[in-house]
Design a protein. Structure first.
Length: 384
């Protein structure tokens, strides 16, 4: 989980490979206090750059074909594997968050992109645990993000000084559509050894960083096209063209719902194909791509409250007993969100009372019998 540094025997502290046991180097005594001072300073610097990995997810090799049928453009600049995402990692140190996407092949930066790559268009959607409004759109990719995102990081080659999508400079946007930062403003994008693109973001630009291990991500790879809509290269049905991907679904193209993602971070290739082909051309409904990671789907909330009241009354001639039972459940709670909340309340009342007809009739009969007996007792005796 940490960067490692290996000190090679014979490598000096000054960047070359003169044996470390040499007594001096350019007039500096290597076996005295100066050597010790430099050694300590060197290791302090290494420790300062230590960073922790908080998220790592591998992607299958060879699934850089979008919905499963796309084929690379025919121009030789598009070498095999330049859009094949193999791994996505997130690191942190005291001040920054690092997002790293590793590819099978970056393609060697054929057009001299300032950020060290030319062909890739990388979009990273971040869902934090904060209870904030989310955005479900995926600009330029023609899909929907579920359950949504709080930050969109766009990493592109970096020509000019205008942020994406109008320009070619990498940018970060919030779910409200506001520009958080463009490259150079506490935020940088660069290629690193090992065929990877890394994004470095100052923690001050992000919210909820303390819970980063619970964040969720969507990582999508498209082909960079400086002349395309949202700087994304297009697709066509049938055979690929020099600058366009082939193998697209003609019905989805006609309906305007064809995804423009070439590789998507997913556990398996089939899972990627399933998500990217979840569009409905007839209904003109976009495909839905799900967030990966530990972030809970707090943006969708359903609150259901059921209250049951049962009342039982029993009445007899000599006693009267009333038993009331109330069983409450969770009281409805309203949670702010951009997704409709369903509040369901059910109230059922059951009242059971003993039938009194028998008791009343019995009393009346007893009264009549009592009157007859009383009359008989008080009746005068006949005279003799």
């Amino acid at each position: 989980k940490y960067n490692s540094v290996i000190t090679v025997a014979g490598e000096s502290l000054y960047g070359d490979y003169e044996p470390a046991w040499a007594s001096s180097y350019y007039g500096v005594e290597l076996d005295g206090p100066k050597f010790v001072t430099n050694l300590v300073a060197w290791w302090v610097k290494i420790i300062t750059y230590r960073r922790t990995e908080v998220f790592s997810f591998s992607d299958p090799e060879g699934d850089d074909n979008g919905i499963g049928t796309l084929k690379y453009p025919t121009n030789p600049v598009f070498k095999p594997g330049v859009f094949d995402l193999l791994k996505f990692q997130v690191f942190t140190d005291d001040n920054y968050v690092y997002f790293r996407a590793t590819f099978k092949n970056l393609g060697g930066n054929p057009w001299n992109g300032p950020n060290g790559f030319s062909l890739q268009h990388l979009q990273i959607y971040v869902l934090t645990t904060a209870k904030l409004a989310v955005n479900k759109t995926a600009p330029g990719l023609n899909v929907e993000i579920n359950p949504g995102w709080h930050y969109l990081i766009v990493a592109i080659p970096g020509w000019g000084d205008t942020p994406w999508p109008d320009g070619e400079v990498s940018a970060i946007y919030s779910s409200t559509g506001s520009l958080v930062a463009k490259q150079g403003d506490k935020f940088s994008v660069y290629a690193v050894p090992g065929e990877a693109i890394e994004v470095k973001v100052d923690k001050s630009l992000l919210t909820d960083v303390d819970n980063i291990e619970k964040w969720g991500f969507v990582v999508a790879v498209a082909s960079y096209d400086g002349y395309g809509s949202y700087k994304v290269r297009g697709v066509v049905a049938g055979d690929p063209q020099e600058w366009l991907f082939g193998g697209a679904d003609s019905l989805a193209l006609l309906a305007g719902v064809h995804p423009l993602i070439i590789d998507l971070l997913a556990p398996t290739a089939n899972e990627q194909y399933k998500m990217l082909k979840s569009y409905d051309a007839t209904a003109k409904k976009l495909a839905v791509v799900s967030v990966l990671g530990a972030a809970p789907p707090t943006v969708t909330t359903t609150v259901t409250s059921t209250v049951t009241v049962t009342t039982t009354s029993e009445i007899t001639k000599t006693t009267e007993r009333v038993v009331t039972t109330v069983v409450p459940t969770t009281v409805p709670t309203i949670v702010p969100t951009t997704v409709p909340i369903t509040v369901s309340t059910t109230v059922s009342t059951t009242v059971t009372q003993t039938e009194m007809t028998t008791t009343v009739v019995t009393g009346i009969l007893a009264l009549i019998i009592g009157l007859i007996i009383g009359y008989a007792v008080k009746k005068p005796s006949p005279k003799k």
